[in-house]
Design a protein around this ligand. Sequence first.
Ligand SMILES: Nc1ncnc2c1ncn2[C@@H]1O[C@H](COP(=O)(O)OP(=O)(O)OP(=O)(O)O)[C@@H](O)[C@H]1O
Ligand SMILES: [Mg+2]
Length: 276
Amino acid sequence: MPSDPSPVNSDTLIEIDHVTFGYDASRTILNDVSLSFARGKVTAILGGSGCGKTTLLRLIGGVHAATKGTVRFDGEVVDPRNAEALFKLRRRLGMLFQFGALFTDLTVFENVAFPLREHTALSDEMIRDIVLMKLNAVGLRGAAPLRISQVSGGMARRVALARAISLDPEVIMYDEPFAGLDPISMGVAANLIRTLNDTTGATSLMVSHDVQECFAICDHAYLLSSQGRVVAHGTPAELNASEHPEVRQFIRGEPDGPVRFHYPAKPLAEELGLRA
Ligand SMILES: Nc1ncnc2c1ncn2[C@@H]1O[C@H](COP(=O)(O)OP(=O)(O)OP(=O)(O)O)[C@@H](O)[C@H]1O
Ligand SMILES: [Mg+2]
C-alpha cells in the first residue's frame, strides 16, 4: 500500500475533489462530487438533462468557482479570480460547446482560424496550413470556403471540433458531441473523438446522455444523478454489469425508475390555483 494519502497521482490530469456548486444559494447543482480524469484517456460524464454536466465543464474551465471543494488541473488549483493563471489554463483546453458557438457570418476556414489569430503570432501562411490540416482531420477541407449558414448541423459540429483542436490542446472537452446527429454521423463523430485522442495524446472529457455512443469509445465513465451526485463510475463493461437501479435505468433508457422527469416545481394543482 502506498503511504502517500494525496488523492492526486501522476496519471490524473484533472481532479474534482468534493466539489459542491450552485448558481445561487437557493439550489445546489453539484453536490459533493469527486471525479478524476486520467491523462491520455477518454472519460465520459453521463447524466440526464439538467443534472449539471455542462456546469461541471464550466468549473474545470474556471468560469465559475466551486462553493466547496477544489478543482485541480495538472496539480494546480483552478482559481477563477486568477486571470493570468486562467488564461494559461484555457490555452491548454479545447472546448466543443454544446450549442456550437460558431460565427455564423464567417466561413468555415475563418472559424477554425479564429483561435490561432487570437492566441498566436503565426503568419497567415502557417495559419492557413494548420486550418487546412484540422479541417482535413474532420473531413471538411473541401468545405473551407463555405459560410456556417451554408453547412448542415452535423457539418457545423465538425467545424466546431476542428476549431476546438486548432491550438493542439492537451485536454479536449466535448459537450454533447452527438446531439442532433444522424446515426451514421454519430458513429463518425465518436470514432473521430477516439482517433483524435489517440493520435494527439490529448486527454478527452465527453459530456453526453448518449450512453451507447459514449460506451463505444470511452475508457471510463461517470454517471451523475439528477441530484448532482456521482451515482457510479467505472469502465463501460463495469457499468453495463451494474445492478444499481439508477445505473440500470439510465443505461437501458427505461422511463420508470428512480430518475424524475420534472424540473423541481410546485405541485401542478397548486400552481394552477386548484384545490385538492
Ligand atoms: N448560468 C446559469 N445560471 C443559473 N442556472 C443555471 C445556469 N446554467 C445552468 N443552470 C441550471 O443548472 C442546472 C444544470 O445545468 P447544466 O447546463 O449543467 O445541465 P446539463 O446536465 O448540461 O443538461 P443538458 O443535458 O440538458 O445539457 C439546470 O437546472 C440549469 O437550469
Ligand atoms: Mg449541458
